[in-house]
Design a protein around this ligand. Sequence first.
Ligand SMILES: Cc1cc2nc3c(=O)[nH]c(=O)nc-3n(C[C@H](O)[C@H](O)[C@H](O)COP(=O)(O)OP(=O)(O)OC[C@H]3O[C@@H](n4cnc5c(N)ncnc54)[C@H](O)[C@@H]3O)c2cc1C
Length: 450
Amino acid sequence: MADSVAIVGAGLAGCLLATLLGRRGVPVTVYERREDPRDTPPERGRSINLAISARGLEALDQVGLRELTLSRALPMHGRMVHGRDGQQSFRPYSADGAHAINSISRAELNLVLIEIAARTPGVMMEFGCRLDGLDMATGELAFEAVGHRRGRSRHTARAGIVLAADGAYSAARRSVTFRPGFTFSQDYLQHGYKELTVPSRDGEFALDPDALHIWPRGSSMMIALPNLDRSFTCTLFWTFDEFAALRTAEQVLACFGEQYGDVAGLIPDLADDYLHNPVGSLATIRCWPWVHHGEGCTLALVGDAAHAIVPFYGQGANCAFEDCVEIDLCLSDADGDWTLALAEYQRRRKANCDAIADMALDNFIEMRDRVNSPVFRATTAARHALERRLPGRYVSRYELVSFTTVPYAQIPDRMRRQDRVTALVAAGFVGLGGLAGALAAGGMARRRGR
Ligand SMILES: Cc1cc2nc3c(=O)[nH]c(=O)nc-3n(C[C@H](O)[C@H](O)[C@H](O)COP(=O)(O)OP(=O)(O)OC[C@H]3O[C@@H](n4cnc5c(N)ncnc54)[C@H](O)[C@@H]3O)c2cc1C
């Protein structure tokens, strides 16, 4: 049993990891609580779009999925900021306007990954199995039968290696929560999220599909990402109090008319969707260690189960995919020795995941508020000018996070160094002196969001 491998969760990380392991000849069984999405439609109000960028694409490339993913995604080359007066202003993500992040439905991406995992020799997929207990002493996993399995008796399985890819509220992680030495924190935002849909209008996109749309409103915001069917998925990021304050259709319509006037008329089912779609919560989860040894099995936490982050840099899935590739690399480096490989995996990844967690929290303020400021806009323009004038020497934070695979943990220090050096250099360039001074003074727009 020592080498049998179980993955809990057939989400984004679980499926990519299963595929990578299957390809290296490691048999693996994936247990997923949901029904097989190849047979069932997605849940209402849970169609979250994801922005997949360089890190995610690099990881998907490892299993030959880069092109397929891109073919099911829409590139977004910048942000479209919507003012209260309905004015729109486009801000490219990169200095040359060429780089884009890619909007894809989470359900669609998950389906692609489930399909490839299921086709990989050595990978078994079990749906309708909700893990509700892991005994580290015996390596026994206990499942509640759900969905099509409901009514059947509970079943159990055993594994020597358990890889927990069961998301932010990981059931597998609960089996080690009270172990001495396990540090865990879960910090909730006061904001939750709710999804709405802007359908296509006369068969066309109702908004520019080449942008991630933002309605920054100070303490809260709405964003919208395009879908292949020419609709947009809007996500409201509001405080729970703001959500609770709207209880009737009239209140919803009045609020949207005032705050998001240019889009309210594009959502025909606005009041109904608002009143029925769920409000999700947003948390940053940090824990350590990610790898635990029991007498019966070794447990390793992967993706959101190890490090859930808030979505304001659009990096949670990208980061989870990097974890999977790192495990695969570590297994190669350790000649297949799981103990060595997993120890190295958590050592290499922890600082990177902490860094992106912090950057993601920073960026909420930028997206909901700072993007509106003229100073912010001028500083962003200056940064792009510096990137064009000093290629490779000045690279913005957004560029490093979204369009490179530079380890996240290196980015904050690099930004501090760059801001000091390039401010001095840039002061010599005509037209950039004043703005360079502003950069040196505070690195005021160091935070750049998705
Ligand atoms: C509003 C929002 C917007 C986001 N936007 C982006 C973005 O633009 N870009 C980006 O990169 N990331 C984004 N993310 C983050 C991204 O969705 C997650 O980081 C990513 O899904 C993590 O992948 P995972 O496989 O670790 O977990 P998940 O995708 O959550 O998968 C976990 C899987 O485990 C299953 N499971 C759970 N419990 C059990 C159990 N007890 N037994 C068996 N199976 C179980 C679940 O059903 C699920 O299939 C966003 C997140 C949110 C909430």
